[in-house]
Write a protein that binds this ligand. Sequence first.
Ligand code: C2E
Ligand code: MG
Ligand code: MG
Length: 290
Amino acid sequence: KTSGKGRCEVFQPSHHADHLDRERLQADLYQALERQELVLHYQPIVDLAPRRISGYEALVRWEHPTRGMVPPVQFITLAEDSGLIVPIGRWILREATRQAAAWQQPDGRGPRMSVNVSVRQFQHPDLVDDVTEALRASGLAPDRLTLEITESLFAEDTAGTTQKLEALKALGIRLALDDFGTGYSSLSYLRRFPIDVLKIDKSFVHGIATCSEDRAVIGAIVALGQILDLVLVAEGIETADELAALEQLGVQYGQGYHLGRPGPPQHASPAAERRRSGSPGAALRPAPAP
Ligand code: C2E
Ligand code: MG
Ligand code: MG
């Protein structure tokens, strides 16, 4: 059924094994939160012109007792299907805001924090309260927090979606549209919904150095960003050529392995970045964001 309506598929033992594996993983996930097996890694988001870290994106990982590090693509859908994404997402919000607050400087300046919110978590009635509570408990200034949502949210129930986005904006946080360009294709929602940041999907970034169509798509997104007054972040920058092409097109912020890989907090902290920036070949100058 998962591959669509009206389809027949021959039973294959490997499908059965996949199914069992999924069930086992799902059962383990129930315990992962209380056993504190989930951890957050942080990847720098860089202001390209000064090559300065402006913030971090929190990316969840599951340190499974026997399987080792399980990446989010393997368990976020499971968590969505079971509803576990709500308590997991609540913990992620708490932990990421706590970490961001710890990285702020005494003068109140410091890196921003971006947190991914999946569709089911967004749609849950507790989301606004959960964000409010995470800000209160951490003491993080709301303007330091960005929530990343995806275009799939706009596919249904626009009244409810608009209301919730506006309630979130009223807290003083920023909203980013993740994986921009890969989802639901109507652009009217960019005017309708209070979005502050567009994250250009890595599939366009990978083609930028070699493919004129991908370059044209990013050029069009830059123009759109200027007209609608949106902050642009390019995702998945892996090479110096990609970085140069993006800068030439006028993209202001970037993220990717070339600029910094996701890592545990002790590796990603502003202090660690400052230590590394003294070393040869460092691509970044860490400094508090304005
Ligand atoms: P995303 O939000 O678009 O996150 C960016 C993904 O691209 C991350 O994968 C990151 O490690 C990866 N990445 C960063 N730089 C590069 C690069 O230069 N090249 C390539 N090929 N990849 C790069 P990750 O951590 O495996 O996360 C995958 C997706 O899982 C995320 O995509 C997001 O949709 C979801 N996810 C991750 N953490 C969370 C979370 O805390 N909550 C929710 N709801 N979803 C999450
Ligand atoms: Mg993201
Ligand atoms: Mg993305």
